[in-house]
Ligand binder design. Structure first.
Ligand code: ADP
Ligand code: ZN
Ligand code: ZN
Length: 654
């Protein structure tokens, strides 16, 4: 260590590593070493003025590493901004100076706070006045004003600070920041004198370092971020809020496959602070905890805007009302009415592209991906066939590659095709498509949503991107185009997800009071299974009943949250290699009390020329499963195999 710096745990240092210098984190201090002394080198402190990472933060990383069975460094280091890791003094110094200057006290009048309704007030008070660890499920219907509850609870906590000359920090987690610019704007407008840091993967490195440091140094009182922000260093953290806590994006799906929601709850427990999980459709795990009393449940049963009511949900039986271009006459009539009245419509179809497959009627050829167990999707505006799994791209063939037939047919329907159909039906309408293809450029999603908010769009068509969070004021009808496929999925979580998605997208309609001469808000679901109980629950806006029934099913079937799971995945050029490894894995240890299922190929077996298989492990006790995994993973490392493998704890996609 450099002589001028005292080594302390949590300090970031530069370590000579071969010819390079890499960043290191001091996690322990020792007087002696097994290495010969002449081989030891000095580490250089990153910045003496940069406070070490706290014990609490180190404990959080240690917990995550331990729980998800990954090395500590893999948890702790990726969370740090790259510039910090590369230790460029220039940007670091500039950022430190800028942070020291604090926020410009621009326009210090905070945006007006609406008067909370009694249910909101009760919730905001309950949150702000909680002492110690307090997990709270804020279950509020769409449009019930959950955001307002978060903001006013935050306000109370920060105001207490001023009186007590204290310093508090608040962490607000959101599913996807680009889809919630409204929230960011609201927070900044409401807290003009407060430094708000944002942390998400879309930030440029310099910005990311600035925001990370602002949080780490305690200057940012509010940190707003996506799942990765759960690992932000916040020395004065006093409240964590998880907005739309059911959202699948809180689960990281590669590398360290952590659940930001679960880590947030752990973090709150360790710090002895409240954590709020907000949703109209809570994850069944969270709901279960609120039913058993582990989480306190706060309810908002009404929409917040006076006279705004939940939309009427109707099912359109597609066997009776046969669709043209994917649109039934009932839905077309509803769209026409909104156009006449100058109101907005939203169509939801969770499938991007023009058609999911291109097909030859003459010989049966279909546009299979040569590298994956999937179809190449037709993208008409881009003149391409694209595989959504391996990103392979081809020009659209002019004739069938097998028989030469020039009349190739698109089968099925994605957002691009619906957009085309809409243009035929409503040539005068301003139609906008929002999906991953239409919003590739940075900032384009935000620009698209802004134009909807400004009223420049009559009909919006989109994937799940349009279903979340947005507060569209003039939108009175939502059409759902093809939800049925999820009803019969092999994935036991599919119905939970479909229900949440439908409730969320339905929640975009009727968020303002009905105008005089305007339409009552409604949701039209096109289906071939109008009798299905899931749709019945959506029509009744009855989350409680639906969740209760699903939980009962899970209890009988022995599924989470009543048992605990881990998934071992293996991939190799040959499926057999992966299966052989998994077979060995299933036999390599005695495992009383632990169920190890048979190895099976994954549903989508091949992706980018690699075959994939999996092995599901289950146990009624979480500690028992954890104890087993620890020994198991050490044993697996001894197995010689060409398969690449990884272990996921609490998997969600099985
Ligand atoms: P949620 O997140 O629960 O879906 P939002 O927080 O987006 O709901 O609130 C829905 C709408 O209600 C927003 O336009 C918001 O400004 C408004 N709102 C919230 N609380 C109140 C209130 N107490 N009085 C009037 N309007 C409110
Ligand atoms: Zn053919
Ligand atoms: Zn592919």
């Amino acid at each position: 260590m450099d002589s001028d710096v005292v080594p302390v745990i949590g300090l970031l240092v530069l370590v000579p590593f071969g010819r390079r210098e890499v960043i290191g984190l001091i996690i322990g201090i020792s007087d002696s070493s097994d290495f010969p002394e002449e081989k030891l080198k000095n580490a250089v402190a990153l910045r003496a003025q940069l406070a070490p990472l706290s014990d609490h933060w180190l404990a959080l990383c240690a917990f995550a590493a331990d729980y998800y069975q990954r090395p500590f460094g893999e948890v702790a280091l990726p969370g740090l901004p790259k510039n910090l890791r590369a230790l460029k003094p220039g940007p670091l110094d500039r950022a430190l100076k800028k942070i020291a200057r604090g926020v410009a006290p621009h326009d210090a009048t905070p945006a007006a706070m609406p008067v909370l309704n009694p249910a909101q007030q009760e919730a905001a008070d309950a949150i702000a006045e909680s002492a110690g660890f307090a997990p709270i499920l804020l279950h509020g219907v769409t449009g019930s004003g959950k955001t307002e509850v978060y903001l006013q609870a935050a306000h109370k906590i920060l105001a207490q600070d001023e009186r007590q000359q204290n310093l508090s920090q608040i962490l607000i987690l959101v599913p996807e920041i680009n889809l919630t610019p409204q929230l960011e704007n609201n927070v900044r407008a409401r807290f003009p004198g407060v430094m708000v840091a944002t942390l998400h993967s879309g930030l440029a490195e310099g910005e990311r370092m600035f925001h990370w440091l602002a949080a780490h140094l305690g200057h940012a009182r509010i940190v707003l971020g996506t799942r990765l922000a759960v690992l932000a260093s916040m020395p004065h953290l006093k409240l964590i809020i998880i907005d739309e806590e059911h959202d699948p994006s809180y689960k990281q799906q590669e590398g360290l496959r952590y659940s930001a929601r679960d880590l947030a709850v752990w973090r709150a427990r360790q710090l002895g602070i409240p954590v709020v999980l907000g949703s109209a459709t809570p994850a069944l795990e969270s709901w279960h905890h609120s039913q058993s009393g582990r989480y306190r449940k706060l309810e908002l049963r009404q929409r917040a805007v006076r006279d705004a009511v939940l939309p009427t949900v109707r099912l359109i039986d597609m066997e009776r009302d046969k669709p043209a271009e994917g649109l039934t006459s009932t839905l077309l009539a509803a769209l026409r009415l909104r156009l006449e009245r100058g109101e907005q419509s939203l169509l939801f179809l969770n499938r991007r592209g023009y058609a999911p497959v291109l097909n030859c009627d003459a010989c049966g050829w279909v546009s299979n991906c040569t590298r994956c167990t999937s179809f190449m999707v037709l993208h008409k505006p881009e003149h391409r066939l694209r595989c959504h799994h391996c990103s392979l791209e081809l020009r659209i063939p002019k004739y069938c590659p097998t028989c030469g037939n020039i009349d190739l047919q698109p089968m099925g329907r994605g957002t691009q095709r619906v957009e085309e159909g809409l243009q035929q039906f409503f040539p005068q309408a301003r139609i906008l498509r929002i999906d991953a293809d239409s919003t590739r450029r940075k900032g384009s999603a935000q620009a698209a949503f802004d134009s909807v908010h400004r009223g420049e769009v009559d009909i919006l068509i989109g994937t799940q991107m349009v279903a979340k969070g947005h507060d569209f004021k003039n939108l009175t009808v939502v059409g759902v185009l093809n939800p049925d496929t999820a009803l019969f999925s092999h994935d036991y979580r599919a119905s939970e997800r479909l229900f949440a998605q439908l409730m969320q997208v339905a929640g975009r309609a009727g968020r303002a009071a009905q105008r005089e001469g305007g339409s009552a808000s409604e949701v039209l679901i096109q289906t071939r299974y109008p009798q299905h109980p899931l749709y019945g629950a959506v029509m009744a806006h009855d989350y409680d009943r639906f969740a209760g029934e699903l939980l009962e099913e899970r209890r009988h079937a022995g599924l989470p949250p009543f048992i605990y799971q881990a998934l071992l995945r293996a991939e190799a050029r040959e499926l057999q290699t992966a299966l052989d490894f998994l077979q060995l894995a299933s036999e390599c240890l005695p495992h009383p009390g632990i169920t190890i299922n048979d190895p099976i190929p994954m549903t989508m077996t091949r992706v980018a020329n690699v075959d994939r298989a999996q092995l599901l492990v289950e146990c009624a006790s979480r500690p028992a499963l954890q104890a087993f995994l620890k020994i198991w993973i050490a044993t697996l490392r001894q197995i010689k195999t060409r398969a690449r493998w990884s272990l996921e704890v609490d998997p969600v996609d099985i």
